[in-house]
Ligand binder design. Sequence first.
Ligand code: NAI
Ligand code: 15L
Length: 263
Amino acid sequence: MKRLLITGAAGNLGKLARARLGHLAEVLRLSDIAEMAPAAANEEVVQCDLSDAAAVMDLVKDCDAILHLGGVSVERSWDLIQAGNITGVYNLYEAARAHGHPRIFFATSNHTIGYYRQDQVLDVTDPMKPDGLYGVSKCFGEAMASLYHSKFGQETALIRIGSCFEKPRDRRMMATWMSPDDFVHLVECVFRVPMLGCPVIWGVSDNDACWWDTSTAKLIGWRAKDNSEVYRDEIEAAEACPAPDAPQSVYQGGMFTAEPIHK
Ligand code: NAI
Ligand code: 15L
């Protein structure tokens, strides 16, 4: 493709995408509310608040696809979540509608279902059970994608990411971890599959510990390769086993279920 827009380019996954996904497009347009490193030869850097409708309209112009990683990524005050994840997502989908429906990879989250217990296995048709305002905002994003697909044919991959970090950070992430390599391949599959539609796909590696039926991954030809099990000894040595009734032992969303409503 000619131009791939990456939102949230100053963040954890945005930096990873910038470093490892340049081959997907002639030009990467990188955007964030925060400052980013200066543009390299095949890059454009555009600082932009997703809640600014006019700026987002300009941002999306001339883009063939969007890797949407921008927005608030943890539990925060409603004002911040509303700006980045509610108004920001509306602005993004309206801009995509105005500019020829570039395909969207939407980074949604396991916190859309965080109040399910860890002894349940979910598939993507199970009702949402968000564990905070952040989770609610991702439910909104999934609903927007569904609406714009039904009404306008907008294609979106709704990737419910578990925990994408270099390696799992605690016992819960033995089940939720997605490796950086699996993430990179997942993005490639989303943008290369001929017909996408609007599937929900769990963004998780091929971990032995697993709470999600990952069968929808095959719709885009993605097969995760890594497995958190290789880190089990390290994780169990570093973290004492939490009490069986502690949030991180009970709920899929872990400690997010224990967060207050932030003011
Ligand atoms: P991050 O917090 O490191 O990056 C998000 C970026 O969005 C930040 O650079 C921030 O400045 C930017 N941002 C926040 N509000 C904004 C606004 N109003 N306008 C423009 N930019 C704004 O998060 P990370 O880890 O890179 O995650 C990327 C995406 O993936 C997020 O949408 C997050 O919700 C989602 N996700 C990530 C998971 C993970 O394990 N890393 C798990 C589940 C979902
Ligand atoms: C998320 O949605 C967050 O963006 C990320 O920072 C992690 O906390 C992750 O979920 C998780 O559940 O581990």
